[in-house]
Design a protein around this ligand. Structure first.
Ligand SMILES: Nc1ncnc2c1ncn2[C@@H]1O[C@H](COP(=O)(O)OP(=O)(O)OP(=O)(O)O)[C@@H](O)[C@H]1O
Length: 254
């Protein structure tokens, strides 16, 4: 469903992403891992159109999207969460989730807030509630987001990204700072979403969680793809072991 072909991202003299190719099959969870500065966020930004590739191609379901603006890529069914929590703590879970829909509206966020048609607003309200229920936060729809524990805030961000049913979900370090139990809940949710047909690309530093969760991995290092394969293949890969010197790549609970 997603094809990244020889992607390059040049920032002045720095090649943050260099000739990276990989594909994502519909219905799989693909992990993108690599040390700090390896180019993972840059790759996310070029897939979502936030900061397009300076070379190579990105196609989505056969359609080239390399230079499409982020909003258009979003409309094609690609949604993301961010490395740092991007919520309005003084707004309800419902209001925060509804914000996931404004981005897909005809106008920008502010214009949408001001001019959203009543019928459109009602539809978005309904859709946001549906997604909150889908991730298990339905009973808290009218709670303020700032009152949630970090684990639930991250799940709320996923609900917001799920508004309008994207087919591809990109998650940027969803487990950062989570407690053990919260990580297990996250794994259960992501597996369920995958089983419901959502394809997932996840950047995550928590090796145990990644190895437990994903179907396949792409390993980045210094802007290049170092390796690609199943968790077992990656654990045994000599170059990966070298890049991750000192990090436990063995299987275990999150
Ligand atoms: N807008 C930018 N302008 C210039 N350099 C950038 C920009 N964004 C990223 N870089 C550089 O590109 C390289 C890759 O960064 P990137 O954030 O993609 O790595 P990462 O793998 O996501 O790291 P982390 O795990 O720390 O988030 C780094 O050297 C970074 O400093």
């Amino acid at each position: 469903m997603l094809e990244v072909e020889r992607a390059v991202k040049q920032f002045g003299g720095l090649r943050a992403v260099s000739d990276v190719s990989f594909s994502l099959r519909a219905g799989e969870i693909l992990g993108l891992i690599g040390p700090n500065g390896a180019g993972k966020s840059t790759l996310f930004n070029l897939v979502t159109g936030v900061s397009p590739a300076t070379g190579g191609r990105v196609t989505l379901g056969g359609q080239e999207v390399t230079r499409l603006p982020a909003r258009q890529i979003h409309r094609l069914g690609v949604a993301r969460t961010f490395q740092h929590v991007h919520l309005q703590p003084d707004q309800t879970l419902l209001a925060n989730t509804m914000m996931g829909g404004y981005a897909r509206g005809r106008a920008g966020l502010l214009a949408s807030l001001l001019h959203l048609e009543r019928a459109e607003e009602a539809a978005l309200h309904h859709e946001a509630l549906r997604q909150l229920e889908r991730v298990g936060l339905g009973p808290h729809a009218y709670t303020l987001a700032g009152n949630l524990a970090l684990g639930q805030q991250r799940i709320l961000e996923i609900a917001r990204a799920l508004v309008a049913d994207p087919t591809l979900l990109l998650l940027d370090e969803p487990a950062a700072g989570l407690r053990y139990g919260e990580k297990l809940e996250l794994i259960t949710l992501l597996r369920r979403l995958r089983d419901e047909g959502v394809t997932i690309l996840i950047v995550e530093h928590d090796m145990n969680l990644v190895m437990t969760l994903v179907d396949r991995l792409v390993v980045m290092n210094s802007g290049e793809k170092l390796a690609e394969g199943s968790p077992d293949e990656i654990r045994a890969h000599p170059a990966v072991r070298e890049a991750y010197l000192g990090v436990d790549l063995e299987e275990g609970a999150a």
